[in-house]
Design a protein around this ligand. Sequence first.
Ligand code: RB5
Length: 150
Amino acid sequence: MRVAIGADHGGLPLKDDIIEVLEADGHEVLDLGAYEYDPDDDYPDLAAPVARAVSSKEADRGIILCGSGVGAAIAANKIPGARASVCHDTYTAAQGVQHDNMNIICLGSRVIGPETARAATRAFMGAVMDPHPRFARRLEKVNSLELESR
Ligand code: RB5
């Protein structure tokens, strides 16, 4: 898969670990920064390019890293078509895709270490949406909410 990744200064410590695991698993990585530590960078500036890449289908999935994962998810979900969530365990990372068609995972490098982040990334990348109609029905309702807010 083609995967876009971005990190603010809070998430930067994990970025190379995640890129390494993605490349080891054969994914094509689109690194959208930050490329160096800047304590004054702002998470929306790093989250939005990832969400736009996923929304435009330039990337199949996205990964955004910040200190907690929360700001990244809030910012990403403002881009239509982005379905982002903080996932700090493998169950949530996989089920978020299977049931909710999550297309962006947000990780907090101040909350989890590299091994858990790698495992959550692998669970996210390896999961596919469950074709059961109830999940499609719920996704349609989520899409309606997005249209309502435009
Ligand atoms: C940056 O200091 C931090 O606030 C940010 O990375 C993130 O945790 C926000 O949710």
